[in-house]
Design a binder for this molecule. Structure first.
Ligand SMILES: *Cc1c(COP(=O)(O)O)cnc(C)c1O
Length: 382
């Protein structure tokens, strides 16, 4: 079985497992305890936070550890929405139509139950939010703009720095979901100019179930998980010490090895894109060709059922995705396919092929020799 679904999740790096292991058992203390067991656990969280802060070029107390990327998105958007409304009365939130459900569903919820006004920003045909779109949409009442750094379904990288600058000038908080981007793109928050940035470890060879939110000093935020005073009073609950250690180690390794990983993967991705478009009739690339994550290839095939193609691929020994992992089993085209303007006939036939640091040229050869016939078969079976 060949795994080509690294945007859904990655295996945990063995060096990360090794770093985590002592904190399940030998050093099991509660970081809030006063005694030595607690001090050891607290020290490991402190050094993890410092390690993450070095990668993000921020201060350690600007990092909040959470339980996942989704929770980071929730904390950022809900927390800032309540705080901004209380502080300034602003209650408009802008987000792109192509955001992950952790952002879109959170916003729908804020609109439905909390009286916030949500405006969805259009994306261009490659799924990109341009600075012009943002500049045109903001108004006096805008509290927050949320635009993802890179799209999980179609790999498009957004011009985050330019969008952040527009928000800064207009005194609007800017949040970016960098969960998908973190494995391959620079994360210097000052260079990017973001106020809040969400991360999740399992997209960069860390464990599932741990995330982080960067919150720039001075950004107003109301906690949504209330209780003890952990995480600077912004996220109650005893910290998951081994997973936080794993998060930090996975991010450190990613930062160290980012360029060499990308240099290995990008030519393989380009081979996939070139060969698929050349050998499969009625196929198109989804997402931007240039401004694209280096491990990410995604396509639409006219007149096929994407989930059927995934089943055929699985039977042939290839694990791929039709878009976001959360969408499997849903017979409608994803919101992202709709947002980039694909008709139903094309939008239902999406395929995402995402590579990882352990992907080999051989894997890609066998995938590319199997795919054309499987697409043909899926068209006939329809
Ligand atoms: C995976 C992903 C998430 C959700 O992260 P979890 O840690 O699985 O909750 C959010 N946004 C994007 C862009 C993602 O790719």
């Amino acid at each position: 079985m060949i795994y080509l679904d690294y945007s859904a999740t990655t295996p945990v790096d063995s060096r990360v497992v090794e770093a985590m292991t002592p904190f399940f058992n030998a050093s099991f203390g509660n970081p809030s305890s006063v005694h030595r067991f607690g001090q050891i656990a607290e020290a490991s969280i402190d050094s993890s936070r410092e390690s993450v802060a070095r990668v993000l070029h921020c201060k350690p107390d600007e990092i909040i550890f959470t339980s996942c990327g989704s929770e980071s998105d929730n904390l950022a958007i809900r927390g800032a929405a309540y705080a901004m409304r209380e502080r300034t009365g602003a209650n408009w939130i802008l987000a792109s139509r192509a955001e992950h459900p952790a952002v879109t569903k959170t916003l729908e919820h804020l609109g439905k139950y909390d009286g916030f006004l949500i405006e969805w920003l259009d994306v261009n045909e490659h799924g990109m939010v341009t600075p012009e779109i943002v500049a045109k949409a903001i108004c006096d009442n805008t509290a927050i703009v949320s635009v993802m750094y890179a799209n999980n379904e179609i790999g498009t990288i957004n011009p985050i720095k330019e969008i952040a600058e527009i928000c800064r000038v207009n005194k609007i908080l800017f949040h970016t979901d960098a969960v998908q981007a973190a494995a391959y793109l620079p994360l210097d928050v000052n260079e990017l100019g973001v106020d809040m940035m969400s991360l999740g470890a399992h997209k960069f060879y860390g464990p599932k179930g741990v995330g982080a939110l960067y919150v720039r000093k001075g950004t107003p935020l109301v906690p949504h998980l209330t209780g003890g005073g952990q995480e600077f009073n912004l996220r109650a609950g005893t910290q998951n010490v081994p997973y936080i250690v794993g998060f930090a180690e996975a991010l450190r390794l990613t930062e160290d090895e980012r360029e060499q990983r990308a240099a290995h993967i990008q030519p393989l991705r380009d081979k996939i894109i070139g060969t698929v478009l050349e050998t499969i009739p009625d196929s198109q690339l989804t997402g931007d060709l240039e401004s694209r994550l280096p491990h990410h290839a995604s396509f639409a095939f006219k007149g096929i059922d994407g989930n059927l193609l995934l089943t055929l691929l699985d039977a042939a020994g290839f694990a791929c995705s039709s878009g976001s992992a959360c969408k499997t089993g849903n017979p409608e085209p994803s919101e992202v396919m709709n947002a980039i303007g694909l008709s139903r006939e094309w939008g239902l036939g999406s395929l995402r092929v995402t590579l990882g640091k352990d992907t080999l040229p051989d894997h890609i050869e066998s995938f590319l020799s199997a795919l054309p016939n499987l697409v043909k078969k899926a068209r006939h079976l329809k």
